[in-house]
Design a protein around this ligand. Sequence first.
Ligand SMILES: *[C@@H]1O[C@H](CO)[C@@H](O)[C@H](O)[C@H]1NC(C)=O
Ligand SMILES: *[C@@H]1O[C@H](CO)[C@@H](O)[C@H](O)[C@H]1NC(C)=O
Ligand SMILES: *[C@@H]1O[C@H](CO)[C@@H](O)[C@H](O)[C@H]1NC(C)=O
Ligand SMILES: *[C@@H]1O[C@H](CO)[C@@H](O)[C@H](O)[C@H]1NC(C)=O
Ligand SMILES: *[C@@H]1O[C@H](CO)[C@@H](O)[C@H](O)[C@H]1NC(C)=O
Ligand SMILES: *[C@@H]1O[C@H](CO)[C@@H](O)[C@H](O)[C@H]1NC(C)=O
Ligand SMILES: *[C@@H]1O[C@H](CO)[C@@H](O)[C@H](O)[C@H]1NC(C)=O
Length: 264
Amino acid sequence: MIMNTATGLICILACFYQAMGLKVTGYVGQSVVLKTRVDPSSVHLSRIQWSIYTNTSIIVVWDSGDLREPFWRHMGRLTLNISTGDLQIKNLRVDDSLTYTVSLLTETTDQTEIQFELVVQEHLSKPDIAVLFNSLVKDTCIIALRCSIAEAGITLSWAPPDGFDQPFWNSNNTNNSSELWTSIKPHTNISFTCNASDSNRKASSQKVVQCQEEEPKASPQFLRHRYGIIFALLFFCITILLFKVHAPPKAILHGGEKREAVTP
Ligand SMILES: *[C@@H]1O[C@H](CO)[C@@H](O)[C@H](O)[C@H]1NC(C)=O
Ligand SMILES: *[C@@H]1O[C@H](CO)[C@@H](O)[C@H](O)[C@H]1NC(C)=O
Ligand SMILES: *[C@@H]1O[C@H](CO)[C@@H](O)[C@H](O)[C@H]1NC(C)=O
Ligand SMILES: *[C@@H]1O[C@H](CO)[C@@H](O)[C@H](O)[C@H]1NC(C)=O
Ligand SMILES: *[C@@H]1O[C@H](CO)[C@@H](O)[C@H](O)[C@H]1NC(C)=O
Ligand SMILES: *[C@@H]1O[C@H](CO)[C@@H](O)[C@H](O)[C@H]1NC(C)=O
Ligand SMILES: *[C@@H]1O[C@H](CO)[C@@H](O)[C@H](O)[C@H]1NC(C)=O
């Protein structure tokens, strides 16, 4: 009686999985477990067989105490849980993205099959950090940075260096990007970190920000002396004008004659 209930359960699960083609996501270098959701307290499995491709390449089979891995493809990377039929695949590679079929046999029932569609994703790429704004305003550098990533559904967050005591504001993660606004003191190099993550992956980038002081530093000097500079320029122009007005045209002609005289 107990077995029949269990069989019913396993059948419902199998039918559901078969209809759905259960999708599983894994990540390069990590491991994944393809779960049969068999409850070992009510179901006793007598044979477990995992296969790939068109159900002909058996990667692992457990049959009444005998465990074999006939097909080399996942050699050394598989762990079978013989009470649940769960299959762990370690050290995932992109080409592990295949359809996996498990055939489960209990002592009393016919074979049940469950299919899994495994997709192995690459590592999360590093986010990009761009400087939006960097300018010296009243002895403080106003800095704006944008962190962005070319993937959807990634959480981006900003981390200032340890001991950073300036207030900073960062925008919520929209459009795969997050902005940071803050201020830093002149003559400092500050390294800001942007962390990108989803439920399984992490990546981060750093940007060293320096206050762009050269150009703004030159400007106040120019401003301080601008009246002097303007006065000097005016004085120079006036002198030339006065010289031209008062100098007799003869002198210029005379100069011309002199030059002609030199040539022959
Ligand atoms: C998969 O293999 C098992 C055992 O080799 C067989 O009984 C079953 O019918 C096969 N299923 C499909 C869909 O080919
Ligand atoms: C098999 O899976 C069950 C349920 O997840 C767990 O309790 C058990 O420890 C596992 N056995 C092995 C050998 O990993
Ligand atoms: C955000 O990610 C999606 C999905 O990868 C992409 O199509 C889109 O171009 C990204 N947007 C930006 C601004 O990078
Ligand atoms: C960011 O999100 C929080 C909560 O989701 C919200 O209260 C806040 O106003 C948002 N800030 C901006 C700048 O959109
Ligand atoms: C999203 O990013 C793209 C490319 O950077 C930009 O053209 C677009 O205006 C952005 N949309 C929003 C809502 O910020
Ligand atoms: C900031 O970095 C630049 C180049 O990386 C270096 O020349 C300069 O000395 C650094 N300044 C400080 C205050 O660390
Ligand atoms: C950002 O990532 C670095 C390196 O992975 C980590 O040390 C740091 O704790 C992370 N910061 C946040 C706020 O998640």
